[in-house]
Design a protein around this ligand. Structure first.
Ligand code: Z5A
Length: 215
């Protein structure tokens, strides 16, 4: 589905962990709800009961280690459910869908950080997304050390959070390469500045797209 085939708007939020996606999405939800703009906040992996079960499995530690291909296929299994059951219906209903992570994470984490390469992911992208692409992708960018420092206070560490700095550096580099390759879709925002500054930049990137659904 191309961006003009549905009345809604599809916006994804990307970046390595700790850059502030969740924190800023909470702010955006409140901001747009106050303006009565119909938005749906969702996340990947997850977004449906079944996809949330896959998420739980993917983030947990297991005695048997998960092969990178298994991890990739499970990410796309959850995504297939999420797209059909949640994202497409919301877009068809004219909502703005704000998704915390989407396929760019698979390119950055499974493709680059785990080393599977982009080709396999592109095949699954075609199979599962059937042409659906984000209208806008906000990439929050910060050096790995700063982003990981922000998570120091968290008590629990999931399977991804226990990865090395080098893993997250490969993911960050891949994100920045994707943003250079697709400048019309990506908006890179420096996440090292104050939350207020980051939020103003997010609003100015998002607001023009929302004119489509409030008009
Ligand atoms: N994954 C994958 O491998 N492949 C895929 O295809 C998909 C996902 C879809 C999901 O984890 C994991 O799944 C993810 C990749 C993998 N793991 N990793 N890494 P998740 O959803 O649980 O984790 P996350 O997406 O990385 O979220 P996070 O760790 O919570 O990071 P965040 O949402 O970007 O950060 P935050 O929680 O909003 O902020 C962290 C702290 O920094 C917090 O205390 C904030 O108040 C503070 N903060 C944020 N911004 C600022 C600024 N600007 N100034 C000061 N302080 C700030």
């Amino acid at each position: 589905m191309s961006q003009n085939e549905y009345p809604g708007v599809f916006i994804t939020f990307e970046g390595i962990e700790g850059v502030g996606k969740t924190t800023n999405l909470r702010f955006l939800a409140e901001h747009y709800h106050q303006q009565d703009i119909p938005i749906l906040i969702t996340r990947e992996p997850g977004g449906t009961p079944l996809a949330d079960e896959i998420r739980h499995f993917l983030l947990s530690e297991h005695e048997e280690s998960i092969e990178p291909e298994t991890e990739l296929l499970l990410m796309f299994a959850a995504r297939a459910q999420h797209i059909s059951r949640v994202i497409l219906p919301a877009l068809a209903a004219g909502k703005a869908v704000f998704c915390d992570r989407f396929t760019d994470t698979s390119f950055a984490y499974q493709g680059a950080a785990r080393g599977l390469g982009a080709e396999k992911i592109a095949v699954l992208q075609t199979l599962v997304q059937k042409g659906l692409t984000p209208d806008l992708t906000i990439l929050l960018d910060a050096p790995v050390e700063l982003a990981l420092d922000r998570l120091q206070e968290r008590a629990k560490t999931d399977r991804f959070e226990s990865e090395t700095s080098a893993f997250f550096q490969r993911a960050r580099d891949a994100y920045l390469e994707m943003a250079i390759a697709e400048p019309e879709r990506f908006r890179v925002i420096d996440a090292t500045t104050s939350l207020e500054d980051v939020r103003q930049k997010m609003l100015s990137a998002i607001n023009p797209l929302l004119e489509k659904i409030v008009a």
